[in-house]
Design a protein around this ligand. Structure first.
Ligand SMILES: [Zn+2]
Length: 188
């Protein structure tokens, strides 16, 4: 007979989360099951609801509870500025800090499908394309590639300034560096 099979199952599930090792997983599981089971049920249901209802916006690729996300639908946003990010979660970081009032596009890959979606957005009145990518040589290549793909449009291309250290993901950049990087963006 397996001992505490269900508890062990919870520990194993928790330890699959990013930056949660077995020791933390054990601590969380113990806390949830023994000390705070009301909250534990709340967390379980919040996870289930979020997983069921969150999808990608069909326009920008950001997280959304609807076909088109609230940012894309928001008429107060400045549609002449388009910020290109690597991951949907980068949008959350930038939105959390309220640094930016334009629109976004998540560049998942450089396939024709993504590029034509990007062109469609650019074609609807974008004047400046801001690359908010993790600074790296590979991403400098991505910037050149995208710029070339968009050369038929009259655009200003900028990227976030070097306040963001090379190779550091946006979510790990502190608020001040990020806001400086965004306001001091440089021409590419
Ligand atoms: Zn959207």
């Amino acid at each position: 007979m397996k001992k505490l099979e269900k508890f062990e199952n919870l520990v194993e599930s928790l330890s699959t989360l990013p930056s949660v090792g077995r020791k933390s997983a054990l601590r969380f599981a113990y806390h949830l099951v023994l000390h705070d089971n009301f909250n534990a049920m709340k967390i379980a249901s919040a996870i289930e609801n979020a997983v069921r209802s969150i999808r990608r916006c069909s326009k920008c690729g950001g997280l959304s509870e609807h076909e088109i996300c609230e940012i894309c639908l928001d008429e107060q946003r400045d549609n002449s500025k388009l910020c290109i990010v690597e991951n949907a979660k980068d949008i959350l970081v930038l939105e959390e800090n309220k640094l930016y009032d334009g629109v976004y596009f998540v560049l998942n890959d450089l396939e024709e499908g993504s590029i034509s979606k990007l062109k469609e957005i650019v074609n609807s009145g974008v004047e400046e394309v801001i690359f908010a990518l993790t600074p790296s040589l590979a991403n400098d290549g991505v910037i050149l590639f995208v710029e070339d793909k968009l050369k038929e449009f009259k655009l200003k291309f900028t990227k976030i300034a070097q306040g963001v250290p090379t190779g550091v993901n946006l979510e790990n950049v502190d608020f001040l560096s990020l806001s400086k990087a965004l306001s001091d963006r440089v021409k590419v």
